[in-house]
Design a protein around this ligand. Structure first.
Ligand code: TXA
Ligand code: MG
Length: 344
């Protein structure tokens, strides 16, 4: 299969480009498109055969429910039951935006393989002009996980999608780099109080300002439903082993010195402030005090590590406040919990 890339931006009349993507979705094909969080790999959520193509292209186990993307708030009523006042408030405050709300499902509306074995459904209205226009034009619910091969960091640029899925999908809509850079917050509205299943761009503090206290899952993220033991190692992960490390220049340089002594080459992912000549590769992801910027550039940097010969990757830690919670959640996964501590 040949993978076509179409670029849409405000300078060109892109009506025809959108129509191509809409035609693909309507005819049961998968299409990769940008959202404000990461690129998604979308298919008509009502079409079981189309949804099956998502799992196949990604190489993803099909036991994990997909988020259903909609282009209008009014569509919530087509798929969700028991939409509370709090849910309405959250939609008013954060939609379109990086917040997925999990509701009790209207049975029979969404293809069974998009929400395997679930009585709930996760809905999200993305805040990206390309995604919104596609969804509004297609008038279809679109099931869309991140458009990466399973186990790889989520794509934040069309080229990441291309590198992972070329030959496996027919179309990528290129809308430039995504803004948030981490996947949406997933909030389960079927519990009282609601439960954050996955932290993201809409932070716990932001949600609590609108509806009061919410829970956070203490178990591993929903996405990590226990699978074969080996599976959990392959999450958001670059090829070389990744360790988180304290965000402190002295610690970083001591770690590099120790690893060099062991004849290991080192790539570092961190803020501009710690850019050190000692690292064999240093990927700066923004200013240490700009969490949004760090989040936006994290996955790209993890992917860049795969273009190096690094034996080991060190990635600096942030606070777990605000967007830091989502940032560190993804980093711990990429590291599979490993933290680098310098030998005394
Ligand atoms: O930002 C995002 O959410 C991106 C873009 C493309 O929209 N999508 C995304 O999808 O990250 P995916 O499939 O990689 O992650 C979906 C997450 C998983 O953790 C899944 O378990 C959870 O959402 N989820 C989806 N439906 C659910 C449901 N009904 N109940 C509980 N969790 C659900
Ligand atoms: Mg994903």
């Amino acid at each position: 299969m040949e993978t076509k890339i179409i670029t849409v931006d405000n300078d060109v009349d892109s009506t025809e480009s959108y129509q191509q993507a809409v035609d693909m979705l309507e005819s049961g094909e998968v299409v990769a498109f940008p959202t404000e969080t990461v690129y998604g790999l979308g298919a008509n959520a009502k079409d079981e055969a189309a949804v099956a193509k998502i799992y196949e292209a990604k190489g993803r186990p099909s036991d994990n429910p997909l988020i259903i993307h909609i282009g209008r708030k009014e569509e919530v009523a087509d798929y969700a039951l028991d939409v509370s006042q709090d849910a309405e408030k959250l939609m008013d405050a954060f939609w379109p935006g990086p917040l997925t709300l999990v509701f009790k499902q209207v049975p029979g509306q969404i293809a069974a393989n998009a929400i395997p074995g679930m009585t709930s459904v996760g809905l999200r209205m993305p805040d990206h002009p390309v995604a919104l226009r596609l969804l509004q034009q297609a008038r279809l619910p679109v099931a869309a996980p991140s458009a990466n091969r399973s186990g790889k960091p989520s794509p934040t640029e069309a080229m990441h999608v291309y590198n992972d899925l070329t030959g496996r999908i027919p179309l990528i809509v290129d809308g430039g780099q995504t803004g948030v850079g981490l996947e949406s917050t997933v909030l389960d509205m079927t519990t009282t109080p609601p439960t954050i299943l996955r932290p993201g761009g809409v932070t716990k503090e932001m949600i609590e300002r609108v509806i009061g206290a919410v829970h956070t899952t203490t178990s591993v993220e929903a996405e990590e439903t226990p699978r074969a033991p080996g599976m959990k190692y392959a999450h958001y992960a670059p090829e070389a082993p990744l360790y988180t490390i304290e965000a402190n220049l002295e610690t970083i340089e001591a770690a590099i010195a120790q690893l060099h002594k062991e004849q290991l080459t080192v790539a570092v992912v961190g803020p501009t402030q710690f850019q050190t000549e000692q690292a064999d590769w240093y990927f700066s992801i923004g200013s240490a005090d700009q969490l949004d910027e760090l989040a936006m550039n994290l996955y790209k940097a993890l992917r860049l590590c795969d273009t190096t010969e690094a034996d080991i990757i060190l990635a600096t830690e942030t606070t777990i406040d605000g967007v830091g919670e989502a940032f560190m959640n993804r980093l711990w996964k990429a590291a599979d919990g490993k933290r680098f501590v310098v030998d005394k």
